[in-house]
Design a protein. Structure first.
Length: 200
């Protein structure tokens, strides 16, 4: 592992970021909503200096794995959420906040935690997609990592792949992992799950 990567992790520039719709409502309900959100990610990356390394969009929430070298994470999410909420409200003729308050983030402190959070993000669509269909899910980074489709220009893939080298990436995501029974990560991901589903 290079000293550059170690320094990034030590300074907590990596984050697992997530948020959901207000009161658990869908934030992607019309055809093209996810594509609009993804296009806005690209626009926002040009405004804020962050790197998106993994993502998954579900009907009422999203997950990102982000590296934030210059402390612009809050600005990135606020700009993205604000632009999308304004467009979504126009498309659906609704009013009021779309997202449930401030986004949540989990700081990532070491190499093991980084790949565990990447795997967690990629596995999220398993809540409604069969394992055999996960690779074909269009609105996550998994299909890019395994070569099923070309990724958007804003998705950075050259940091996570080397960290799971020697293992098929789809197998890495789908196969059992030691973190699945690690009480520390079980508690952490239970808190993430509860934050997304509270008040639903």
């Amino acid at each position: 592992m290079s000293s550059k990567r170690a320094r990034y992790l030590d300074e907590t520039t990596w984050h697992h970021v997530y948020n959901r719709g207000a009161d658990g409502q869908d934030i992607f309900s019309l055809d093209g909503d996810q594509s609009l959100f993804e296009n806005l990610i690209g626009e926002t990356v040009t405004v804020c200096d962050v790197e998106v390394h993994a993502y998954a969009l579900m009907s009422n929430h999203f997950h990102f794995l982000i590296r934030d070298p210059n402390g612009e994470l809050s600005g990135f999410i606020q700009y993205l959420a604000g632009q999308y909420a304004a467009a979504y409200n126009i498309r659906t003729r609704r009013h009021g906040p779309l997202f449930e308050g401030r986004f949540c983030s989990v700081p990532i402190l070491d190499e093991r935690h980084l790949i565990i959070e990447a795997r967690y993000v990629e596995r999220n669509p398993l809540a409604f997609v069969a394992p055999s269909l996960l690779a074909a899910y269009a609105h996550s980074s998994l299909s890019v990592y395994i070569g099923k489709r070309q990724g958007p220009a804003w998705l950075t893939t050259d940091e996570i792949s080397p960290r799971v080298s020697g293992v098929d990436y789809l197998d890495f995501v789908l196969a059992d992992h030691t973190s699945d029974t690690d009480p520390v990560f079980q508690r952490l991901h239970t808190r993430v799950h509860q934050a997304i589903r509270r008040a639903s």
